[in-house]
Design a protein around this ligand. Structure first.
Ligand code: HEM
Length: 298
């Protein structure tokens, strides 16, 4: 059994750093491997680290160990309602309960990568109340539990990239003033769940454009489940959700986004996109723990 990077499954961290790096032009695969081999072994007590790579980057590092469907993120949607693509090369997610240790780890990793990659996007995330999004709704209720998490998140044994995971990340910027101008029952109609305790609305009360209606996608009877690890980020001036999810199948992300952005055939879009806007979009591959630690010799 190929063990995954353990940090994917550690839940409840109060402090998060999401770091997206752009590769410096002209860097060779050999240079990249050499630098990464040193960077990925840096460790600090209490800091969970998950390393992931964009498709071009991972293909150049490990052409033989690349999962079949890995691809860059492409924009989804039409007109003004679009999930944009901002594909970068390396993604590091650091999390734990010690913000100082996370900060030190983020600085050390960025210094270690400096000759091959430049930090392009940084979001500092935090646990808000009892795992709520800043809208006030609990995020993660329908996430798989126990063994189901690995089944949903990891590429199965026997396939290229086994024990690794397809990853999607998106920075969403919230307009909380407009969301909070709605009554509580209108807000619940936008999400599709009750606000205090996250109970799914009954069928007759569930709007067809609620977030639950648009994200609970089935294809040929198979629920397109994800293991979501999003947390809120930001402060008073700008805030939102850093959406982060892991999947055994990259097509699930496309299908849910198509449904949310009104391009899955029925023309209905997710009402949530009237109150929050994605400003980044990336697909990554998080290799298994063994592949990650062998990066220098792949
Ligand atoms: C502003 C951005 C977003 C916010 C605030 C948000 C928030 C939520 C909330 C509150 C729930 C209900 C509770 C739960 O089951 O976790 C939920 C469910 C869900 N969300 Fe999101 N979400 C966002 C974006 C996305 C995106 C981009 C995707 C996937 C591409 C997604 C996929 C899902 C899925 C699969 C569910 C479970 C649906 C079900 O089976 O009931 N969400 N989200």
């Amino acid at each position: 059994m190929s063990e995954p990077q353990a940090g994917i499954f550690v839940e409840g961290s109060t402090s998060h750093f999401f770091l997206e790096y752009k590769l410096i032009e002209g860097v060779s695969a050999a240079q990249l491997k050499d630098v990464l081999a040193k960077a990925v072994v840096l460790s600090d007590t209490g800091v969970n680290r998950v390393w992931s790579f964009g498709s071009d980057c991972w293909r150049s590092i490990a052409p033989a160990a690349c999962p079949a469907d890995l691809k860059p993120f492409a924009a989804i949607g039409e007109g003004k309602r679009v999930a944009p693509a901002t594909q970068q090369g390396i993604f590091l997610w650091l999390h734990g309960d010690n913000h100082s240790a996370n900060f030190d780890a983020a600085m050390a990793a960025t210094t270690a990568l400096a000759s091959v990659a430049v930090l392009q996007l940084e979001k500092i995330g935090f646990l808000y109340k009892d795992s709520r999004d800043l809208s006030g709704f609990i995020d993660g209720t329908e996430n798989p539990k126990g063994r189901g998490q690995q089944l949903v998140a990891l590429i199965p044994e026997g396939e290229a990239g086994a024990g690794g995971s397809y990853v999607m990340s998106q920075q969403w910027v919230h307009n909380l003033a407009s969301f909070h101008a709605l009554s509580q029952s209108e807000q619940e109609g936008v999400i599709g769940r009750t606000k205090p305790d996250s109970i799914e609305l009954e069928d007759e009360l569930m709007p067809e454009n609620s977030h639950v209606s648009r994200s609970d996608v089935k294809i040929d009877g198979v629920a397109q489940k994800l293991y979501r690890r999003s947390v809120p980020y930001g402060g008073v001036l700008e805030h939102g959700l850093y959406f982060l999810a892991f999947s055994c199948d990259i097509r699930r992300f496309d299908r849910i986004l198509q449904s949310m952005f009104g391009v899955s055939g029925d023309g209905i879009y997710d009402h949530l996109t009237d109150f929050s806007t994605p400003v980044s979009g990336n697909y990554w591959f998080a290799p298994s723990a063994a592949e990650l630690s062998a990066i220098g010799s792949l």
